[in-house]
Ligand binder design. Sequence first.
Ligand SMILES: Cc1cc2nc3c(=O)[nH]c(=O)nc-3n(C[C@H](O)[C@H](O)[C@H](O)COP(=O)(O)OP(=O)(O)OC[C@H]3O[C@@H](n4cnc5c(N)ncnc54)[C@H](O)[C@@H]3O)c2cc1C
Length: 430
Amino acid sequence: MAQVSIERKENRFVQELLSPSDKLLLSSTRDFVDEQIMPVRRELDESTRSDYGLVEETLKKMLPLGLQGGFLPEEYGGMGLSSALTTALLAEEMGRGDAALFTSLMGGILAMRPAIKTDNREVLEHFAPRFVQEDELCLGCFAATEPQGGSDIENADLMGSGITCAAALRDGQWVMDGTKVWSVNAGLAGAYCVVASTDQSLGDEGIALVYVEVPTQGFTFLGFEDKEGLRGSRQGGFELKGVRVPEGWRAAGPGWDAELLWDNQAFARIVSAGLAIGMAQGTLDEVLAFTTDRIAAGKPIRQHTVCATMLADIAMGIQAGRDNYVNAAYLYDRPEVYGDGASVHMLSRASAAKVFCCDAAINVTNRAMELMGSYGYVTDYYVEKYWRDAKTLQLWEGGAQLSRLDVVRGYYDFDQFHRNELYERIREIS
Ligand SMILES: Cc1cc2nc3c(=O)[nH]c(=O)nc-3n(C[C@H](O)[C@H](O)[C@H](O)COP(=O)(O)OP(=O)(O)OC[C@H]3O[C@@H](n4cnc5c(N)ncnc54)[C@H](O)[C@@H]3O)c2cc1C
């Protein structure tokens, strides 16, 4: 049995869908992962328990690859990278190394995408130059989640009614008030895209994506979360109190901003699916190596039939997950044929990929740990890290349940507010 699947090594399945520059980016990212991340994965994780020194050093080394600035249009010094497929494949490569590093850069990508998609020149001209510089690390932050919950903001059926962060237009400036939590790079980023509401009663028309530059008066950082996994990326909260930004820093306008929000959600879920499969693939590589050398009852663990069938389950989960996210990304990249990123159909496909791949990664890391016995649980190997990291992915972007509701919406007119006469009658009686 090959140590590493040929499919992953050569990405044969998708080669013909990629441009020459995307192929080059993928192969240089893979080389970076093999040479600069795999040998120091443990040190990277340990760095998060002290000063994050190695994490920041590695993120800086990644800048010339273009994994963050590359998403900006060429006229702003980027590479015009917009393909969900390429992004998800990059995420898979990075997920195999250390998913947290890519998560940190995704903060900037998700923050800048609304401005890129609408060609908001005022925002791009102001913020883009920092993201394309290669000597200094500039992080971005896409801030949606609030203390009362993330799902009520990400739930498209609630049409922004769950957003309490307020954006009010006064004297040609947006005045921002509210609290955000759990946002990647909060407290570290220079550029924030804040999900706010101009008026909760306006539905989608009231949703506003407003850019904030930090430091600025009225911005207070509230601290980082202390997480079990994905430790190399930091999530935190912040408060906005009367923060003022130029009027042109709203991504687009009423109605449009909501579409950008739902579109970002679909895109992020496809990328998360790639990240999850990267972790699962890294786990398979680990467990194949371990079960070759480890002998039980006179033969390598992987030569025991029951263990071989577990390895088959692991391999099938990875392969089905990869096919799933590649398929969803292919559809996302062709909005003229399959509908745009904000459509119910696309969110359904993207969510299906995310749910399936995150569940697969959790299952794969669990099974691999069993195959490695107690060694699966110790820090001498990496399966315990993949296991910790994989669980986190399931919990973000609306969690496991809201994502499933988004899946089902693509199949029938699921209505979570549905009431029938019998229900109403019983409620009245009780
Ligand atoms: C590592 C990490 C990184 C993150 N990065 C960011 C970031 O960059 N920016 C950002 O804004 N947020 C970020 N988040 C927050 C994340 O998006 C939210 O945690 C997520 O949306 C869920 O919100 P919640 O935790 O408040 O759970 P809740 O909204 O309280 O939901 C709890 C559970 O209820 C389920 N649920 C919710 N609504 C329904 C419903 N209508 N029907 C059935 N079930 C439902 C959910 O699926 C979930 O299982 C991050 C979280 C993590 C863990």
